[in-house]
Design a protein around this ligand. Sequence first.
Ligand code: F6P
Length: 362
Amino acid sequence: MSAEIRRIAVNTGGGDAPGLNAVIRSVVYAADRLGWEIYGIEDGYDGLFRDGGLVRLDKKSVRGITHLGGTILGTTNRGNPLKWPVEKEGGEIELVDRSQEVVDKLGEHGIDALIAIGGDGSLAIAHELAKKGLKVVGVPKTIDNDLAATTLTFGFITAVETATDAIDKLHSTAEAHERVMVVELMGRNAGWIALYAGLAGSADVILIPEIPYEIDFVCDKIRGRYAEGREFAIVVVAEGAYPRGGEPLFKQLGHGQKRLGGIAHILGEQIQEGTGKETRDLVLGHLQRGGGPNAYDRLLALRFGAAAVRLAAEGSFGCMVALDPPNVLAVPLDQAIATTKTVPLDSDVIATARSLGICLGD
Ligand code: F6P
């Protein structure tokens, strides 16, 4: 048993990703072997601020969950303890920093260390908590694969598979109706999901935020296909893609909140107008986050969970586990959250798309 750690907590924050439950199971099993007690914080950090939101986890409570999507602990992308919304008199919302309370509450419960599973937002919170003295190990999670310090995040490959299946299905209906189908995929300001799924699914056009597109090139490509007798086309567009000289499209959600989305519809209308071909658009949306992780993501998630416990046992805190093939290693949290990883323009995957004649909009 470690001399310093007796009891740890684990939580999942931000948008869910297939593989979260596999990490939780791995953390619980690995920590249990060291004789530690494990607690799960429900719904990010929210569970700390309500009765019963900190739950004891043992091997029995995490049996049979490796293959399950979602997270048994629940998650939220609103429960940021650094910017906690408090309603003032007159209904005005003030954002309050409750991070010291998080540290204090964990201390009150005798928690010696936290394993925080999350994307850039959650890891930035973990970093702030570490600066306040909390012993934290981060585990990177996002389907977007946009965290710079790790080659891959679990959930990404599963999301690519889901999107590829959808593109495969679009082919038959597109061909039957001789239509252009425009499908919008997730990924925020990175084009990883769109590029990988578009390539794997044999799309004709793939538009990603890293390459602002020219609508004329997109229409030329589609007209060319029809002229060759291939009278349908599949266009994959990342939610963060935008035209040359333009900006990404957001939906306004009220209270100053906004979310990327809607580009497929605009693009579909422009394609129909520019080519005269009947066009339909769809947003694949949260299907990309749903369902269980594939074998690769299960394995990566299990490796990350066990590695996080090893780091805690060694006394290495203020860091995040990361994949640097073939190894899983630790990177400092400040380095982990410093930059977003977008698709490099000199990537061989981009070169592959070009070699296959796929239009990237430039
Ligand atoms: O970061 C993961 C992600 O699914 C993005 O690809 C997407 O833009 C966003 O989360 C959607 O978040 P929400 O859960 O708020 O709809």
